[in-house]
Design a protein around this ligand. Structure first.
Ligand code: SF4
Ligand code: SF4
Length: 426
């Protein structure tokens, strides 16, 4: 993982900051997506083995928590599992096509949370990439005018009009930081760019995470700044629902801005921004990108932050898909949690690359909110069944969905964002 990663101001070069991601499977998730036609052969080769339905059998602990695909587990029919989605691609790319694009078919396609668990488990075919194929399918639908769904269009229009999916004015983007002393990188230089992302900047539930992140960086003496009003959406939402063209429009100005700053590292506390920057931007960026969990682990190792308060509680960690499976960051958040005095850390049955998705990804939270909350509720039950009373994660979308499931399901769990928790215990 990120061991040996220096963030000291004397060693701020790109290679020193490159995290050693622990990718244990061969096909990279949602990276280098090809046109749908390129996945046609793969769709024919799916042997319907069913490995994409459950956790790797060697890792299963109990039958109750052996499912891996939220969409398939919830809706039961084959078409919702990766194997059925492969068949959809086979039929749509046949000449002539063997399937009509209907509202019902679109529903099936867009209930995939893009969690990528199937891509981890699909072993029978060398380099098979089910998730990448499903991403290509969405891009194909958008190109043909069938996608995305109405619930997604609201977000896309907002990004086009306001540079954020929240329909909020650009002038309010730095409001969360106005009471803090944070450098504006449009005015002055800093070694670290803290890329806040739209959710941290605008969502009142996640603004405290942005404030906590800034507080930790200040306390550790990190020379950092933000882009404030000139920060724009990274385009993650567009990518997940298949709007590649919309995403590309945001990519170019963002890259130009990032590379003009002279920052040596880009840090973000948003899982969606992180995987988008790592997969879609990194090749063209002059600075490496770190998730705040990696950065926190390094700050602790370098003793630039220390815990002064205890958390006497049994706590577990949910691996957000976009930090874990998408980017291979598993150890850093655990390292931070294990360093908290008084905290008893327990692992969930489904963890790391076999983690159960929170249910909110891939545009599911906006298009199918009930399904999203059901998926999160499954996770909260899993937390309770290992005897934990606290759940920590590091993704705004997981946190929002878990909070909804906690309320609706009456789970009474304490939900924590890792950066916010660290800030409170320093
Ligand atoms: S694991 Fe792969 S080959 Fe097996 S059914 Fe699923 S998609 Fe098909
Ligand atoms: S990406 Fe996740 S939700 Fe979609 S088919 Fe694969 S396992 Fe199921």
């Amino acid at each position: 993982m990120s061991e040996g990663l220096s963030i000291g101001s004397n060693d701020m070069n790109k290679s020193a900051h490159k995290p050693q991601a622990e990718i244990i499977f061969e096909a990279p998730l949602a990276q280098g997506i090809k046109p749908l036609e390129a996945y046609k052969e793969q769709s024919w080769k799916c042997v319907r083995c069913g490995m994409c339905r459950g956790v790797n059998p060697e890792k299963v602990q109990t039958q109750r928590y052996s499912d891996s695909c939220p969409a398939g587990t919830r809706f039961k029919y084959e078409s919702y599992f990766a194997s059925g989605r492969q068949e959809i691609i086979r039929a749509l790319t046949a000449d002539p096509p063997e399937l009509e694009i209907t509202e019902r078919l679109l529903k099936v396609i867009y209930t995939c949370t893009a969690c990528g668990h199937c891509q981890v488990n699909c072993n029978p075919i060398k380099n098979n990439e089910p998730l990448n194929a499903f991403t290509a399918l969405r891009e194909w639908l958008v190109q043909k005018g069938y996608g995305p769904l109405p619930g997604h269009n609201v977000l896309i229009k907002s990004i086009q009009n306001y540079d954020n999916p929240w329909m909020r004015p650009r002038t309010g983007r730095d409001k969360w930081a106005r009471a803090l002393k944070v450098k504006d990188l449009n005015q002055e230089k800093a070694e670290v760019l803290y890329y806040v992302g739209c959710t941290g900047a605008y969502d009142p539930n996640f603004q405290p995470v942005a404030q906590a992140t800034a507080a930790i960086l200040s306390r550790a003496g990190v020379d950092f700044g933000i882009l404030g009003k000139s920060e724009r959406c990274c385009g993650s939402t567009m990518l997940r629902v298949g709007d590649r063209a919309g995403f590309e429009k945001n990519l170019a100005p963002n890259l130009e801005k990032f590379n003009s700053l002279g920052a040596k590292v880009i840090v973000t506390a948003c899982a969606g921004c992180y995987s988008t920057l790592k997969h879609e931007y990194a090749e063209h960026l002059e600075a490496p990108v770190l998730h705040i969990t990696e950065y926190l682990a390094q700050l602790l190792r370098e003793k630039r932050i220390n815990f002064r308060k205890e958390l006497p509680q049994v706590v577990t960690y949910h691996d957000p898909c976009h930090i874990g499976r998408y980017c291979g960051v598993y150890d850093a958040p655990r390292e931070v949690l294990r360093a908290i005095p008084g905290l008893e850390f327990r692992e969930l049955e489904r963890r790391r690359e076999y983690s159960w998705c929170c249910g909110s990804g891939g545009g599911v939270k906006s298009a199918f909110p009930d399904f999203a909350v059901w998926t999160a509720g499954e996770r909260l039950q899993e937390v309770k069944d290992i005897g934990a009373t606290g759940l920590v994660t590091a993704c705004p979308f997981c946190e929002q969905n878990f909070a909804d499931a906690n309320t609706f399901g009456g789970h009474n769990l304490e939900l924590y964002d890792l950066a916010r928790l660290v800030s409170e215990l320093l």
